[in-house]
Ligand binder design. Structure first.
Ligand code: DGJ
Length: 744
């Protein structure tokens, strides 16, 4: 990886083995993008990439030149000086004018990368594998600096960008400040976004770009299950294994805007940043504002290549606390709020018997909480339920030989709580206006540092009180009537709120480095890179139905590694969908991520417990491969009837394949599972087959699956047990199978 600045051509070239990003300083001092795509050999002057045109019916920045920002692709743009879009930023000055003229002043290139806002914001870090370019632009009228940061990573086609504004002279008002702008030539792109809602998070949606603006955003105070902050643009059509795909992901958990604007010259602009709606930052002389980071990733090997790049980056350069996930039992779907110490211990004992490693106590252990109407904010134990406290329960769980985990929802308060009685104004509200509720609860004003410090004290006391190794951090409603009495500038409310959340996460993760934090927001409602910085896994969805999980996990895998994707086996009929699926299907889907259970094991018979035990043995044996291997979706991603997922070890000697069928396909000749990622010349054995296969056979022809049952030759009753227990792919509704591929 390298960053070269050519003095003569005034061009910057950021490149590694896979990607090149090139831009230049124009003769008027502005920056213009020349190229972003597959790696190019370095030249001191990519002369031909820049052109000026004499176009009709447009405006030029002066009489001498033909520079018009209507067609010249910029690095960071502003409205009003021949650019007729909203641009990357808006800085309003004392006299209410908004025109600026930021010109190249200087640049720095250095190894590594700096923290953003001194670590107040999560961001990728260097492991000796990053080089950074900081370009400083200056507007001499207002005495203001604009710094554009670019960090390029070794062996990963990734460039991380962020922006800084420094006011050196007068007071300014920032009303829009994107973290990055990328102007592409051409508009023949397909957009892939991850859309959803509670219990149907991150479903893949694809559409052709059209002229004008299209956007993905959140104004909910969190990144949201509605629109994930990740999206991709593919040249032409997005394909799984071929073609160029550009990924964008925002390292931020609050309100965001990802905006794509296709103009009349067919240039495509992509802006990503804090949502400008209700955003305003006022800077006095000497003050600075830093944006969160955007991850630009690139693949010329289709969407799967892009996913693998993102997975690698997140595991190696973003997750602070990275280790293999424990196998958990979580009591939520097993007991909901209805538990006492004995009930929990009975569940834990059964879990221990089958090999579970961590017992996680979910909601309902504190205050007077027996349902969702009370006690959030009262972070002391409910002694009616747990007479020996969390300390006593934790000890008993530890004595069973298991680790102990605890659920918290630190950002919330119920009106029915001691905290609310004492501090009603700590709940977010606009004075003299109605306060809307969600799940009977209110969001605490984390823009107020006093609130953050108070909650920190309470939670750290609990975490200090016993041997807790795992915390599930929940967040179950979005912000309404957003306002903080402690802020003079309400334009910073949403940003300060999320900074407060990050502060609490930072303090707790630093104080308790051995605790593994799992994030959750009614399932995967805050599945973003900001959260993954502090907590390496996220409860993917409250929907535990394996059929729905196929879509949810497949969508999630586009942007996030299996290490982040937390999956539990629950009961059938499923609590969210009422669907009855075989145990094998539930396990085979849950294996692809962080594995666990969420059901009342005391109600399972010996046979089922035996199956769970063997599932756990399987996961323990292959956990390293699943988490550390390369993940492939072996068919085109999206909603379909047959899904197939594969992980391959780095040395390509081992692979696990999960094949899933939702609806039975009648009178089908046979099924073939075409694999990927293997060594073409290596011979492999495949579970269930006597013969061996070369990698090239498995990748070009595939594993042939004979249909066991065709309505004539076999009695379905004979098959039923193996479908339920082991899984046999392709013979009936909700059938699935795991294949182990091993080099011989
Ligand atoms: C929502 C979470 O997603 C569930 O797993 C569970 O923890 C409940 N909250 C508890 O209230």
């Amino acid at each position: 990886m390298n960053i070269i600045y050519s003095e003569v051509s005034k061009q910057f070239h950021l490149f590694n083995e896979e990607v090149s990003y090139i831009f230049k300083v124009l003769h008027n001092g502005h920056l213009c993008n020349l190229y972003y795509g597959s790696k190019l050999n370095h030249k001191d002057d990519f002369k031909n990439f820049y052109f000026e045109s004499d176009l009709g019916a447009t405006s030029y920045i002066n009489d001498e030149s033909k520079i018009s920002f209507e067609y010249i692709r910029q690095e960071y743009s502003t409205f009003g000086c021949t650019d007729f879009t909203e641009g990357s930023y808006e800085i309003v000055q004392k006299d209410e004018s908004y025109i600026t003229d930021f010109k190249y002043k200087s640049h720095k290139i250095y190894d590594g990368k700096n923290k953003i806002s001194n670590g107040d914001l999560p961001a990728t870090f260097s492991n000796g594998d990053v080089k950074t370019l900081e370009v400083t632009l200056f507007d001499d009228k207002i005495g203001c600096e604009l710094v554009l940061n670019y960090s390029i990573f070794k062996n990963k086609s990734v460039i991380a960008r962020s922006t800084v504004v420094k006011s050196l002279k007068e007071e300014i008002k920032i009303t829009r400040l994107m973290s990055s702008t990328v102007d592409f030539e051409g508009d023949n792109f397909e957009l892939l976004q991850l859309e959803g809602a509670w219990i149907r998070e991150r479903h893949i949606e694809k559409s052709k770009l059209r002229k004008g603006k299209q956007s993905i955003y959140s104004l909910r105070g969190c990144s949201s299950p509605q629109h994930n902050p990740f999206f991709a643009l593919g040249k032409g059509e997005i394909k799984e294994y071929t073609g160029e795909v550009y990924g964008f992901n925002f390292v931020y958990s609050g309100n965001f805007l990802a905006e794509i604007d296709v103009n009349h010259y067919s240039n495509t602009r992509v802006n990503v940043g804090i949502h400008p709606f209700k955003f305003e930052a006022n800077l006095k002389k000497g003050e600075v504002f830093e944006t969160p980071e955007v991850i630009l990733s690139y693949s010329n090997k289709g969407l799967n290549g892009l996913s693998q790049t993102n997975h690698k980056l997140i595991k190696e350069n973003l997750m602070k606390n990275y280790e293999l996930p424990p196998i958990v039992i979580n009591n939520w779907e097993a007991t909901y709020f209805d538990f006492d110490e004995q009930k929990l211990l009975n569940l834990a004992k059964k879990a221990k018997e089958i090999g579970v490693e961590t017992f996680v106590l979910d909601d309902g252990w504190f205050g007077r909480r027996n349902d969702a109407t009370s006690s959030l904010g009262d972070w002391y134990v409910n002694e009616n339920k747990l007479p020996n406290g969390i300390t006593g329960l934790c000890k008993k769980i530890n004595d069973l030989g298991m680790n102990f985990g605890l659920w918290i929802e630190p950002e919330m308060v119920n009106k029915e709580s001691e905290l609310y009685k004492q501090k009603p104004d700590w709940a977010i509200q606009t004075p003299n206006r109605n306060m809307s509720q969600g799940r009977n609860q209110y969001v605490l004003d984390f823009a107020n540092d006093e609130v953050v410090e108070y909650i920190y004290e309470k939670i750290s006391n609990i975490l200090n009180s016993c041997n807790i190794s795992y915390v599930k951090w929940d967040m179950n409603r979005h912000i309404t009537e957003g306002y903080s009495k402690t802020l003079q500038n309400q334009g910073l409310f949403y940003h300060k709120y999320i900074l407060g959340v990050y502060k609490l996460m930072r303090k707790l993760t630093e104080q308790f480095p051995k605790i593994m934090f799992e994030n959750c927001s009614s399932g995967g409602g805050r599945f973003d890179l900001g959260m993954l910085y502090y907590s390496p896994q996220i409860w993917t969805s409250d929907n535990t139905d394996p059929v729905d999980r196929l879509n949810i996990q497949e969508g999630t895998s586009i942007a996030y590694p299996l290490r982040a994707i937390s999956n539990h086996i629950s009961v059938a009929p499923n609590h969210q969908t009422g669907r009855k699926t075989p145990i094998s299907m539930r396990a085979n889907v849950a294996y692809f991520g962080c594995f666990g259970y969420e059901l009342d094991l005391t109600k399972n018979d010996e046979n089922e417990l035996k199956l769970f035990k063997s599932q756990i043995e399987f996961y323990k044996k292959y956990r390293n491969l699943i988490i550390e291997g390369d993940f492939y979706r072996t068919t085109e991603s999206g909603i379909k009837n047959n899904y197939c997922w594969q992980v391959v070890s780095k040395d390509k000697k081992e692979s696990i394949v999960g094949a899933y069928q939702i609806k039975s396909e009648t009178n089908e000749l046979r099924k073939v599972i075409k694999l990927v990622g293997l060594n073409k010349d290596t011979q492999y054995c495949v579970t269930g087959f006597q013969q061996t296969f070369f990698g090239d056979e498995l990748m070009n022809v595939g594993i042939p699956i004979t249909k066991y049952f065709n309505g004539v030759s076999m009695n379905f009753e004979d098959m039923k047990e193996s479908v339920e227990n082991e899984g046999v792919y392709g013979i009936c509704d909700y059938s699935s199978q795991i294949f182990l591929i091993k080099a011989i």
